[in-house]
Design a protein around this ligand. Structure first.
Ligand code: AMP
Length: 190
């Protein structure tokens, strides 16, 4: 199995690149942000609770997202592999993911971390906010908070995979095609 953690700050292009990677390598896309937005659209109790955090640019509690991912992995037991997008976002989530995958005998293959300059992230998110209507992409202070939360709570996840020699940084600046080519090179060289 090919299990990829696609990592990077908000606006790094994880969703865009995940869509291309899953088609090329026939993988299942697991985006906790997408699953949470689905819960909000369905007005479920989980969605209503998560929305309070998401609207402020804060993280949703670990146990909520860990449970969501576990259910999705179990529901796709015949998959070729998974692309984890926006998960894990804390070291506790990374530990939980390793434990889950160990029980299935299919570890994380690699973490591909998209590296993008801060001003470019803000520009991309504001543009996406206009196009998609996503509330957390439309307000500069919420965007700044998400980047701060990423720097404080999420970057330690890089060290977690670096310690397992699975971390690979990928230049996330440039065209969608050029970034995709860099990601494919990294996957093909595994
Ligand atoms: P994203 O679509 O990945 O940018 O996520 C949008 C929002 O959903 C984030 O700002 C968080 O509030 C929440 N979220 C998504 N994934 C996670 C996660 N793995 N852990 C905690 N909160 C998350």
């Amino acid at each position: 199995m090919l299990n990829i953690v696609l990592f990077g700050p908000p606006g790094a292009g994880k969703g865009t690149q995940a869509a291309r990677l899953l088609e090329k390598y026939q993988l299942i896309h697991l985006s906790t942000g997408d699953i949470l937005r689905g819960e909000i659209a369905a007005n479920s109790p989980l969605g209503q609770a998560a929305k309070k955090n998401m609207d402020k640019g804060e993280l949703v509690p670990d146990e909520v997202v860990i449970g969501m991912i576990e259910r999705k992995i179990d529901a796709n037991s015949a998959a070729n592999g998974f692309i984890f997008d926006g998960f894990p976002r804390t070291t506790a989530q990374a530990l939980a993911l390793d434990k889950m995958l160990a029980t299935k005998g299919t570890p994380i293959s690699v973490m591909l971390a998209l590296e993008v300059e801060k001003q470019e992230l803000i520009d991309r998110l504001l543009l996406r906010g206009k196009d998609s209507g996503r509330a957390d992409d439309q307000d500069q202070s919420i965007i700044e908070n998400r980047i701060k939360v990423y720097n404080n709570e999420t970057t330690p996840v890089k060290d977690f995979y670096a310690a397992q020699r699975k971390y690979q940084g990928v230049d996330g600046m440039g065209t969608i095609d050029s970034i995709f080519n860099r990601l494919c090179c990294a996957v093909d060289n595994l």
